[in-house]
Ligand binder design. Structure first.
Ligand SMILES: N[C@@H](CCC(=O)N[C@@H](CS)C(=O)NCC(=O)O)C(=O)O
Length: 224
């Protein structure tokens, strides 16, 4: 396989795929994209052609296969050092990486209760205390990043200023916060609005809305 290929699951539901894709879009590199819909008879066989874990996303760069969204971001940051995936300042970079890692490994209650769905909202969903605590922790991460490091990646409304890898990691959460009835402080709401207006995010959402596949469990309260 020549050039870069990103293998993804459904754009409507796959939050991890969105993270890898947003990071790849930041590089400006040309890439092929393969969307493998979940819950089809041959889904696992198809995914295993690209990803040894059986999970999407996976980035293929010639002989190199990178599965796991955060590893994809790191690979792209090394391959495209001028793309600004991480801030150049060491303290800002460490902060952004810690927040990205916390997103990657945490917020299980929120991920379970509020699956990403790019096509619809769940205004009657119940936000329990565990989820509420995670929503608050996310808002604190966002507040702290802006307070200390806004401008570290350039000018802009995102966590380090210009859109960067930390925003790719939190973008699916921003989408969830528009689908579920959470009360956000004004600064967090402004950040959510900025993420949703980010042109690649609009491009992804439009593609998600055009997808033909519906998965019942994700349309109720299951999640990817
Ligand atoms: N830790 C992985 C998580 C990947 C993951 O859970 N991917 C889901 C979609 S969001 C998947 O591929 N599911 C396959 C399936 O349900 O068949 C990452 O960060 O990339």
């Amino acid at each position: 396989m020549a050039g870069l290929t990103l293998a993804l699951a459904n754009k409507a539901y796959s939050s991890w795929s969105l993270r890898g894709w947003l990071a790849l879009k930041m590089t400006g590199a040309a890439f092929d994209e393969v969307v493998i819909p979940m819950r089809q008879a041959d889904t696992r066989v198809q995914i295993l052609k690209y990803s040894p874990s059986g999970l999407m996303p996976a980035l293929i760069d010639g002989e190199v296969v990178v599965w796991e969204s955060l590893a994809i971001i790191e690979y792209l940051a090394e391959k495209f050092p001028h793309a600004g995936l991480w801030p150049t300042d060491a303290a800002a970079r460490a902060h952004a990486r810690a927040a990205a890692s916390e997103m990657h490994g945490g917020f299980l209650a929120l991920r379970r209760a509020m699956p990403m769905n790019m096509r619809r909202a769940f205004p009657d969903a119940r936000i329990d205390d565990d989820v509420g605590a995670e929503v608050n922790r996310i808002q604190a991460i966002w507040r702290e990043a802006r307070r200390r490091f806004a401008g570290a990646s350039g000018e802009g409304p995102f966590l380090m200023g210009a859109f960067s890898a930390i925003d790719a990691m939190f973008a699916p959460v921003a989408s969830r916060f528009t689908s579920y009835p959470v009360d956000l402080e004004s600064q967090a709401q402004a950040y959510v609005d900025a993420v949703l207006a980010h042109p690649p995010m609009v491009q992804w959402r439009d593609a998600a809305r055009a997808e033909p596949w519906m998965i019942a469990e994700y349309e109720d309260d299951g999640g990817a």
